[in-house]
Design a protein around this ligand. Sequence first.
Ligand SMILES: [Zn+2]
Length: 687
Amino acid sequence: MNPLLVFPDLPRFDAFSPDHVAPALEELIERARAALAKATDPATPLEWQSLVTPLEDATEQLGRAWGTVSHLNAVADSPELRAAYNAELPRVVQFWTELGQDQNLFARYQALHDSAGFAALSPERQRVVTHALRDFRLGGAELVSPARERFAAIQERAAELSQRFSENVLDATNAFALPIDDEKELAGIPDDARESARAEAQRRGVPGYLLTLQQPAVLAVLQYAEQRSLRASIYRANATRASSAAQAPATEAERGALDNAPVMDEILALRAEEAGLLGYPNFAEVSLVPKMAGSAGEVVSFLRDLGQRARPFAERDYAELKAFAAGELAIDELCAWDIPFASEKLRESRYAYSGQEVRRYFQLPRVLGGLFALVERLFGVSVKPDQASVWHDDVSFYRIERDGALVGQFYLDLYSRGDKRPGAWMDDARSRRRIGGELQTPAAYLICNFQAPSQGRPALLTHDEVTTLFHEFGHGLHHMLTRVDELAVSGISGVEWDAVELPSQFLENFCWEWQIVREMSAHIDTGEPLPRALFDRMLAAKNFQSGLQTLRQVEFALFDMLLHSQFTPGAAKSVQQLLDEVRSEVAVVIPPAFNRFQNSFAHIFGGGYAAGYYSYKWAEVLSADAYASFEEAAEQADGDRMVAETGQIFLREILSVGGSRPAIDSFRAFRGRDPEIAALLRHNGMV
Ligand SMILES: [Zn+2]
């Protein structure tokens, strides 16, 4: 038996080899094509069981097998697996694209939606059909020739341009290198950054040091270099990448080739045209259809409100910084390239603590114990070790039970390895679904990249890493504690893009609760919990310059939203002018006129964040406000009972329902009102 084809069981990782990929995928794509043909056959009855279920069966299996291969590609990379993955990737992508654009399937779903039987479907099933229709429409399925062909051409060209935008940023970043002969010029820069600069020079066969625009190198200079002119050079080179004002490459023609200004203009024009074809006034409204936020206007108001509330704190942060720079650093006029430097010095003088010292208090087994105990207390479940076949000896497996019954399972793969992608993430191994009378329980992959334990001692985590673990576990709970039986809206499936970080950011808050930190910390040598004074300093450092940081996020998000809603590509106002307007409205610190930040704003031009950058702050409002409900419960006379009760409501109204209803309805059902911004401000020290 092919270990990728053991449905509904979890994959047999111990029996897997890359040779299994091609035959499994070929078989599953064939089955999915057959199911699609059956679903679009007019002879197939227009009913859920005969139309939707068989297609879901087949596409779920394809999705799961491909998910397993992608997962292994990320955590157990090998040349053979990579080759097998790349060989199948085009076929898999092609199938999903065809499925999403199938006119006949669109017509069948529309007919099901319009049929008398639709009203008799459960609300979850109705939502699955409505979502499918929405996605078909946004994919251009309703368009007729010639708009149809034009839409396809726009998609293709826009994808090319996004790719070009990112490549230009990358090439422009790599084109710059500043040679440094005299080590004295590097004064203040930490040893590891200095060593990288020396290695870079060696690699390129030049003497001395080479400073590049790789982000760690830029940060090292801007935060630590004593030499002001060096900070200014690196700041300018970094802030003008991929623009006509760039410092590299050498010739004007080469710089012109990497200039992202025309790329941005064309992307914006294409997005506006796409919106017009789909019948929307602008691209922001298209982007917001599958999101929680109702309209561009709503997002703009939200951002302006947040900006105004944060402004006094940002002004205070900036005044404090200016006074410190003048008094302690002899910098009388604070320039853009002084801000990170002065900020770092201020942070060190006010809130310095050793991250390495903190790390000695967080032993992984104890942190996991604290996390599981919290989840058990909040949501009335129990977490227990379990058995499954895994892809590496370091991987462990657990089950979550409620009243003795299995709810979900998860894999923990927490240590970094050479064959593993960096970062941390949660991914679904299997989603909850009822098939016939049988319940398929969900399973999750929880992946981090912590330093592996050594010398027989447990692994130690920084506080940031503890927070990361809680964050990913929050996503995992959303996936595993769902009670929805329909695949397309169970767990995190079908949850709005700008609401999906609610459970993850929510759980992070508990890493800042003294009781919890005390219980899950124990010094590796003494066994003592983290001292309260150290915890208080960490808390103060967390909120350092939160006003300035909030305004920076608001500036980017407002620029993004206005650019995609109130800006006409090709008209009199340029992208630069719009950004200048946003800055003069929002920012406390106006960047120098040569700054071309937008030319390397890859989130919105090269990635998937167009008219979506606001979602970072949006989700933070939701998660902070949700967490505040637990704070309020804890303050009651019978705090423990109230917290447990609040946990049950959170479970019932948010975690359990997944994508089966709009996120705003879930939030209101939990909180009894609309989201409010106050908790976010309070948690960031802006009160
Ligand atoms: Zn996340």
